[in-house]
Design a protein around this ligand. Sequence first.
Ligand code: NAD
Length: 501
Amino acid sequence: MSRPGGNAGLLSDRQVELIATRLAERVSGSAATRPTPKPANAAPRPAPVTAPTGARRDGLGDGIFATVDDAVDAAATAFRKLDGMSLEGRQNIIASIRESMFENAEELARLAHAETGLGRVEDKIVKNRLVTRKTSGTEVLVPHAVTGDSGLTLTEYAPYGVIGTITPTTNPTSTIICNTIAMVSAGNSIVFNVHPSARECSMANVRLLHHAITRAGGPANLVTAVATPTIESAQELMTHQGVRLLAVTGGSGVVRQAMTSGKRAICAGPGNPPVVVDATADLDYAARNIIAGASFDNNIVCVDEKEVIAVESVVDDLLKHMGQHGARVLNEQELHKVTNVIFSEYPGRRQRATLEKDLIGKNASEILARAGIASHGDPRLLVVRVTNGHPLIWTEQMMPVLPVTAVPDVDRAIELAKEAEHGFGHSSGMYSRDIDALSRMARTINTSIFTKNGPFFAGLGEGGEGHTSFTIASPTGEGLTGPVAFSRLRRCVMVDHFRIV
Ligand code: NAD
């Protein structure tokens, strides 16, 4: 397994091997699983239907295929089998997936962290559990009926077929779990082309899903993956004639590619989420919650707070509270040292910088060490006051380094937030007790998720109401995707009958 070197806190090769072996044993059914609490909606585990085979020596099998063609063919066969099953059968499959993912959330998180070197294990566990619990299932596919003098018209949600699905390195396992629950709930099968840097944890995840599905009586290869994913295999998948729909989660490059593929594509692209703090905000509360949000998985989650825009009259107090709540507040000299190491190319005002790739998603203490700044303890977040034009405000930095800038009033703050978000329409939020200002910002910035007075992960349903998704489709407009987004609408009309009142 290739792993980036020099990352303090990563597991040793031996530890990674042990986790991978334990997961493989669980897949083959030979290891006793730990007793873990079941999610509320988990059904009793059905008796195994097919004998699990375990991993083959060549790494294939259990849903993993050498070529895109083979994966699509197998997923197409599985789709037809699922199409012939009852809705209750599909619900049993989803319950079995939730149960297995709940049991394995921690190990998958450790594997993802060890392989990618990004984020924090404890936060990856939270992400895996969140998608397992709160990704919507079949219950949201509620048919719509209209009756009148001319009879009854019914609209129902139907599957597309095989969905070609591209996943990121920042949330590798949580995206796979989330996409699988949503897409299979809608009756589809899947071919994953995962990020090459997250191959091992993704393949382990697909194997577990394959066995959770077959254990519940579902078809083999409902969830498949390309064994050695590359950009080329992703592009092959995007144009494959056996694929009905694309779902891509990643940066601007992959979104552009999917949108020009000629297929219908659901695209979840990048963001640069701003948080505004106005003069009416509870500053202590805002400081605590901004730190929690911006440090979540070391800021690699696309919805995490990436820049703070505060009104001038409160900015000093806000920074003071952030320091009191455990953020390390940098001075101007330290800002220069940190930007020197986190940016490989440092452009002018209001420009996006190029990131030093091997510091993406690393702990704050590692960034401080690289910058030659003494670190005390393990701060979750570095915070620094900058000018409005500083590249930190304009760059999706994906590191626990949060810039705070000041403007004269709340209207100017909303205006700057809209500019800094670059029109991605992804995520944003505000701390305020002024309901007019909150409404004004929500309307003006027009993002898929707008969080008022809380950490942005509340917008994902972690500490906030509503379902979750790790594929937030802003460029194509579906927002937090779920089974409805992965369904085709079909209408059935009965003329002159079945209005029974
Ligand atoms: P990335 O764009 O480097 O890779 C994402 C996936 O796309 C990978 O599987 C990669 O192999 C593939 N890919 C990249 N370029 C491609 C191309 N030209 N053709 C075909 N496939 C291509 O992104 P990443 O570093 O893995 O993830 C971080 C980015 O993704 C950030 O910008 C983040 O905001 C975004 N993201 C968005 C969401 C969302 O829900 N909107 C969720 C997670 C991540």
